[in-house]
Each structure stands twice: as C-alpha cells, then as structure tokens.
Design a protein around this ligand. Structure first.
Ligand code: NDP
Length: 385
C-alpha cells in the first residue's frame, strides 16, 4: 500500500483520482487532500477516502471544513501554508491537480522532500519548470506526467537513449471551435468554449483548449519534462483524440500511445507507476472510431499557440509571463468582462509590456508572475471599459 496526497482533490482530475482510489481498496492510503474553497466537497472526499489531513486554501472556508469534519479525527488546515503542509506530509505519491500557478508552492514543497509527483498541474511546469527541475535533481524527486499527451510520450519515450528521439509530436483535438473563423470566434460564449468535443474537464483547461493555449502550455511542459531540444517538438491536430501523442525516432519509426479519451487511464498510469493497473475506461474500438484524422494547426486563427511557441523559444521568464497573462485573461472571460478574442490580445500585450529575463528561484518566479498579472489586469480593465 502506498501513501497518496492529492492537491486539488475536488476538481476534475482530483475526483477522477479519488474514483480510482475507491475502486482499488488496499492500493493507496490517502494522506492529505486539498481544495481552494469547496469545503463540503473536500470534507466529503476526506471522509470517503479516509484521509488524515484536509487543507483548504481559502481561510474563509475553514470553519465550514472544520464543522463538516468534526468528530472524524481528520485534521484540517487553511491558507496557502496549509497546502504546503499537505504536500510536505509523508505521502509517497503526490498528485498535483490544482489549476493554475497557485499549485507552484505546494508542488515545490513536495518536490523538495523527494516525493514521487504525478503532475497534472501543467501551469507549474510552465511558469517554473527550471526551478522545479533543479529542485527535483537535488532531492531525487520523480516527476511523472498526468496530462494525457505527456503521459503518452512518457510511455513510448526511450528514457535511456533520448538522443534517438527525432521528434515529439503532441496531438491536439482542436477544441470546440476548430472550424470557426476569427469572425465567428468573436461572439462565442463561455458555455460554448467549455463544451469540449471529446474531454470533460475543468473550466480553465476547457477554455485553454478552445484557444489552443492549452497546447501551447503543453509544448512548454514537454520541453521541461523531456530532454530534447525545442526544435524537436511539434503539434498536430487530431480531432478524434485517440492517438494521445507520438515519438518519432531517428530511423523514421513513430511510436504512439492510443486509448479512449478517459483521463483515468493516464491518472492511473502515473499513480500506479511503475505498475499498470486495470481502469474502468471504455476499451478502444478502432472499428467503431472508423477513421483517424490529422492536420496542421492554424496559428493565424489560434494565435495563443504561436504566442506560447515564441515564449518557449525566448525562455527565461517569458513562459511565466504568458501563463500569468493567460490565467488573468481566461478568468476575465469567464467573468464576462472580456470576449474570447481578447484572451490572445491580452496575452500578446502583456508579453510585449513585461520585460523578460532569467528566473532561478521561486521568489523570482513569484515576482514575474505578479508583474505579469498586474499588467494583464490593466489590459482587462482597458478592454472591459
Ligand atoms: P478543476 O478546476 O476541475 O479543479 C481545480 C482544483 O484546484 C480544485 O480542487 C480546486 O478547488 C483547486 N484550486 C483552484 N484554485 C485554487 C487555488 N487558487 N489554490 C488552491 N487550490 C485551487 O481543474 P482540472 O481538474 O480540470 O485541472 C487541474 C489541473 O490539471 C490543471 O492544471 C489542468 O490544466 C490539468 N489537466 C486537467 C485535465 C482534465 O481532464 N481536467 C487533463 C490534463 C491536465 P475548489 O474545488 O475548491 O475550487
């Protein structure tokens, strides 16, 4: 039995992980769970999974959490430091399923104590990949990707001979608007953007999938996870989301991982690694799928992917600025303050205004992230006015 901590236990990834825990009694003992403000959801998950500690980021939600867990023997905590405490407790595996850069401090806390991390929280690797990787090298922490694309690459990547890899090809469904013109994109609603054609996910990643920023963040994530150059990373649109990603080798062979689009497959792979366990995911029926399509992404209609590519190439703090601006812009879109096409405009303007440079520590990342958020917020206000 391994001990498991889930950061972001009340979300889409977190609840699917808890579903796997419930289906596999005796495999994982839950150490700690965290949430942002959903005290009722966190308390229910903590009771159901037998967690020892439940931490909530929003201190205003602590009384509700404490009351809901009264008499259960489950300890509670609140505030950002309580999330780091959850990460520091002795969970052998830490699933990072918080959305956004808010996941960085607890992720780093788990990395620094040498845990095995199942990483879903891609924004952490985007804004602070070099800091996280340096900490992992120092502590001996193991980083396992949960994102379906990177999990696919991980499964077919030659970890002993990375020089044999010619290309990593990330597949991308194209999102709900893959056939929309820019004019049509101007009027899409939040509900439209959250209707992903294949995956059922949290709101932020659904909107990132609609702008293709999600694929841009994933390019940067791949750059941080796999030891290959930027020139070896590529993206291809694949609407069926059956091929989860591919690795091309120097001899021209291409290895791919396929499966039905169910996040429990990569979550289970990362949480049980190096074992492979049964999941309730539907079996892949290629005859029923019929055809698999692939085509090149359109960077004119979806400039977020190009912005991310450019930020990855620029390196240093550029990916952090990109990520922070995107988080602010997506939150403003969800709040109805700006339109869909304002998202890429806000990100572009923020990247143009905030100077980028090297980042080597958590403090530096936090400072750049804050500066980018302030600039992006000013952009939102100018556009909302
Ligand atoms: P959700 O929005 O469904 O859940 C987010 C989780 O993080 C919730 O537990 C939420 O708590 C918590 N949270 C939100 N904001 C904060 C904060 N400021 N501080 C602490 N905790 C916070 O997200 P998803 O599960 O969709 O995504 C999680 C991560 O996994 C993202 O980085 C996403 O890109 C990545 N991912 C998701 C996939 C998916 O299928 N959903 C697929 C691949 C990657 P509360 O419920 O209280 O708000």
């Amino acid at each position: 039995m391994k001990t498991l901590t889930i950061l972001g236990a009340t979300g889409s990834v977190g609840s699917q992980a808890l579903d796997l825990v419930a289906r596999n009694p005796g495999r994982w003992q839950v150490e700690a769970l965290t949430a942002n403000s959903d005290a009722a959801g966190l308390a229910a998950a903590a009771r159901a999974s037998g967690a020892k500690f439940a931490a909530i980021a929003d201190t205003a939600a602590w009384p509700a959490l404490r009351d809901a867990l009264a008499g259960s023997g489950i300890e509670t905590g609140a505030g950002p430091e309580a999330l780091c405490e959850a990460a520091r407790r002795p969970g052998e595996i830490v699933l990072t399923a918080i959305v956004g850069a808010a996941g960085l401090p607890p992720t780093l806390a788990a990395v620094e104590r040498g845990a095995t991390l199942a990483i879903a929280n891609k924004e952490t690797l985007v804004c602070a990949g070099p800091v996280v990787n340096a900490a992992a090298r120092k502590s001996g922490a193991t980083l396992l990707p949960v994102d379906s694309e990177h999990n696919a690459v991980f499964q077919v990547f030659d970890h002993d001979r990375p020089e044999r890899v010619a290309k990593i090809i990330l597949t991308c469904s194209g999102g709900p608007f893959r056939n929309h013109s820019r004019a049509e994109l101007a009027n899409v609603s939040v509900a439209d953007a959250c209707k992903h054609p294949v995956w059922s996910m949290g709101a932020k990643i659904s909107i990132d999938s609609a702008t293709l920023m999600n694929k841009g963040l994933e390019l940067i994530e791949a750059h941080q996870l796999f030891p290959v150059g930027i020139d070896k990373l590529d993206v291809i649109i694949h609407p069926q989301s059956v091929v989860h990603s591919m690795v091309e080798y120097v001899d021209g062979s291409v290895l791919a991982q396929l499966g039905s689009p169910d996040m429990r497959i990569p979550i289970a792979y990362a949480m049980a690694w190096p074992e492979r366990i049964a999941t309730p995911a539907a079996r892949l029926d290629l005859a029923a799928v019929g055809k698999l399509e692939f085509y090149a992404p359109d960077l004119e209609r979806f400039p977020c992917l190009r912005l991310a590519w450019d930020a990855m190439t620029a390196g240093g703090s550029a990916p952090c600025i990109l990520n922070a601006a995107n988080e602010v812009a997506v939150a403003a879109f969800i709040a109805g303050q700006v339109g869909f096409l304002d998202i890429d405009a806000i990100v572009a303007a923020t990247l143009a205004k905030v100077p980028s440079g090297p980042v080597g520590s958590l403090d530096e990342v936090v400072a750049v992230d804050g500066a980018a958020r302030r600039t992006a917020t000013a952009q939102v206000m100018a556009r909302a006015a």
